[in-house]
Ligand binder design. Structure first.
Ligand code: TRP
Ligand code: SF4
Length: 347
């Protein structure tokens, strides 16, 4: 009984270290983490081993990307006094649990994971026919089960991974005894925030507005953003329903601005540049406090590493306790054998 029942339900979520985060990351995941940190005992980690399953060939930027991403977590208001931040690769326990779970995970379960086939087909600029890539969901299961998380806040694409985690937990418990609770997924509202080219905002599409973008950059990026393609001239009425700029208004603007733009666009009473200027102002207002909070960490990056160091130490305690239980359950622990022999000797 090394793991006292936590007062608050425990959540865990990981993010691949992609470097500086953008507005899509903010409204998709990060904001959600921040609002939950009071209500839940939260663990958030840098999924750097997960990154290697697809980005294995060039690791030169890895540490820089970890630092930038975690700086953005802090800037967005994730509080290291409330939530525990850590780096996956600093905890060998994750590798050990991944290995042990891989022994009981049928290949068929992994081949059926939707993201597996999808990414094999869609990602063509590198070879993903790797052992580690197939095992990705087992590693994710290890991350989640290690902390006996009650819930995992994820986007829709990750729900099958949480489902697989439940199946692996069930199978483990069936073989070796009840060690792991089955976590549930907390579905984060799908926010397919469009980027400046109208496709989903993504660092790899070069269409993103970053949390670190100063007002001038936000304005410039929005100025090039595509609008209702049918609205060629200022005098043409537009249709906000098909305009990606309006999608951003819906997330970042006050209701009165949204309504005003909606009405004036349809009546050709507002030009796209003015409409974008209103949006830019609202995005700046949202980013201002984030950029302000970021400054002390930018000036002294050691503070970011210190936060990760502390969090990793906290996470390690939990991971070590879980692994002691797992080893004992699987009879991998010599101590159990010695204990048995002793009690046999007494009788
Ligand atoms: N697979 C997740 C992603 O790509 C990242 C991740 C790794 C994760 N381990 C996790 C998320 C555990 C939640 C829980 O976004
Ligand atoms: Fe889009 Fe605004 Fe232009 Fe209408 S006015 S088409 S909502 S950018």
């Amino acid at each position: 009984m090394t793991d006292p029942t936590p007062q608050r339900p425990r959540i865990l979520s990981g993010m691949r270290p992609t470097g500086k985060l953008h507005l899509g990351n903010l409204v998709g995941a990060l904001q959600n983490w921040v609002t939950r940190q009071d209500e839940y005992e939260s663990y958030h980690f840098v999924a750097d081993w997960h990154m290697l399953t697809t980005d294995y060939a060039d690791t030169s930027e890895l540490q820089l990307n970890i630092k930038e991403m975690v700086t953005d977590w802090l800037a967005a208001g994730l509080d290291p006094n409330k939530a525990t931040f850590f780096v996956q690769s600093r905890l060998m326990e994750h590798a050990e649990l991944h290995l042990l779970l891989s022994m009981i995970t049928p290949l068929g379960w992994l081949e059926r994971v939707p993201s597996y086939k999808e990414q094999l087909e869609n990602i063509t600029d590198r070879d993903l026919h790797m052992y580690g890539f197939l095992g990705y969901p087992v590693l994710q299961a290890a991350d989640i089960l290690m902390y006996k998380a009650d819930a995992v806040p994820v986007g829709e694409d990750q729900v099958p991974h949480v489902e697989l985690t439940r199946e692996i937990a069930r199978r483990f418990n069936g073989f070796y005894g009840a060690v792991f609770p089955e976590p549930r997924a907390i579905l984060m509202p799908a926010s397919r925030l469009p980027g400046t080219d109208g496709r989903k905002m993504s660092k790899s599409y070069s269409n993103a507005i970053f949390l670190t973008d100063p007002p001038a950059v936000v304005h410039k990026k929005l100025a090039t953003m595509i609008t209702d393609p049918a609205r060629k001239r200022r005098t043409d009425p537009g249709n906000p329903d098909v305009c990606p700029v309006f999608d951003l208004h819906k997330v970042f603007s006050k209701l009165e601005h949204i309504n005003e733009v909606n009405r004036k666009c349809r009546a050709a009473e507002i030009g796209c540049l003015d409409c974008k200027a209103i949006l830019a102002g609202n995005i700046d207002a949202r980013l201002g406090p984030i950029q302000e909070r970021r400054k002390p960490y930018e000036e002294n990056p050691q503070r970011v590493w210190d936060v990760l160091e502390e969090g990793t130490a906290r996470a390690r305690k939990v991971a070590q306790a879980t692994m002691a239980e797992v080893r004992a359950a699987m009879n991998l622990s010599a101590k159990v054998e010695i204990r048995n022999q002793k009690s046999e000797g007494k009788n």
